[in-house]
Design a protein around this ligand. Structure first.
Ligand SMILES: C[S@@+](CC[C@H](N)C(=O)[O-])C[C@H]1O[C@@H](n2cnc3c(N)ncnc32)[C@H](O)[C@@H]1O
Length: 321
């Protein structure tokens, strides 16, 4: 099967991990909710695989959600606008980039954001103190070729049209609207890779609030998958989620660290997923022994009282779906 379309280049995209994460999403899921959608890698992969009926794309970065709205409504228009910006840069790439960035900071135009993401260093959204996009261009490349971009935009629109809702909102809004039967995939800005306010995103991660929101969601019986930090070799980024949440901890190999390779090392990067026990059971055949005074999975999908299953699933407490 060809790979899912992925038109929006975005630092932190889960495109390469999407298949492994999707293994935890039950076939026939009514709705996949991505409250911090970024490039919507998981939603696109889920629709592409026919795994879910509908998706909800939320993000608090409003221009990004506007871009998704435009992609869904008029992918050819976005493709034409992107192609114009891409060609206009050829004579003087740096000056053209600076012009587009200044205009984007005035009007938040979706095609300009797409161009900036395709051209900027590491496709990483960075802001200055005034809230303006201030990431520099990557001088070694010109960004996705317009033909390839058009194919990605049209492919994404074909998957999303009639099946997606969007909202420029805090993740708590999408969580509050989630119902049993939905699967929430929450991929907030990482906590461990930077301290305090994270300049990669326009908001950092407030861990206490995240845990409170997840606790409420779990109490309502909504299945959830959370991506949160991970480790590189022996070095762990960010603290684990508390056992009281009753989520299984799954480690996903994410390839060799480019930083370590640059310094002559060979450390492997591992990303952490925290998964509702009933969903962890889908991919790994079980969720290990509950901790912190919670009982086994209500759905009773066989014996999942092991400390660690052969595929690396560890339980941080289990109870609700
Ligand atoms: C790690 S990225 C998500 C990447 C995404 N899973 C993908 O595959 O591209 C985190 C996203 O969370 C968004 N974000 C940051 N704070 C947020 C908040 N309070 N509510 C909703 N989205 C938020 C950022 O704008 C960013 O797009």
């Amino acid at each position: 099967m060809p790979s899912p379309p992925h038109p929006v280049p975005y630092q932190g995209s889960k495109r390469k991990l999407a298949a492994a994460i999707l293994a935890h999403v039950p076939a026939g899921t009514r709705r996949l909710i991505e409250p911090c959608c970024g490039s919507a890698a998981l939603s696109l992969a889920a629709l592409h695989a026919g795994r879910v009926e509908r998706v909800h794309l939320g993000d608090s970065f409003a221009p990004l959600v506007r871009l998704w709205d435009e992609i869904i409504a008029a992918p050819e228009r976005v493709a034409r606008a992107y192609a114009r910006l891409w060609r206009d840069q050829l004579a003087e790439p740096r000056a053209a980039y600076d012009r587009v960035r200044a205009r984007f900071n005035r009007d938040g135009d979706p095609a300009r954001l797409l161009y900036l993401l395709a051209r900027c260093v590491k496709s990483a959204v960075r802001f200055n103190a005034a809230g303006e996009f201030n990431q520099s261009p990557d001088r070694r490349r010109l960004g996705t070729h317009p033909d390839r971009m058009r194919a990605g935009l049209v492919g994404a629109a074909a998957l999303l049209r009639g099946r997606a809702t969007t909202a420029a909102a805090d993740y708590a809004v999408a969580l509050a609207a989630a119902e049993p039967g939905d699967v929430v995939y929450l991929d907030p800005p990482y906590e461990g890779t930077s301290g305090g306010r994270d300049p990669r995103y326009h908001q950092g991660l407030d861990r206490a609030r995240l845990i409170a929101e997840l606790t409420r969601l779990r109490a309502r019986g909504v299945a959830v998958i959370v991506s949160l930090d991970g480790r590189c070799g022996d070095r762990r980024y960010g603290a684990a989620l508390p056992a009281e949440l009753g989520l299984c901890h799954v480690e996903l190999p994410a390839g060799r660290s480019t930083q370590a390779t640059l310094h002559g090392g060979r450390a492997e990067t591992v990303e952490s997923l925290y998964v509702s026990p009933a969903l962890a059971a889908l991919a790994a055949g079980g969720c290990a022994r509950p901790t912190a005074g919670v009982q086994g999975d209500r759905r009773g999908q066989g014996d999942r009282r092991r400390d660690r299953d052969p595929r690396g699933v560890r339980l941080a407490g289990a109870d609700r779906p």
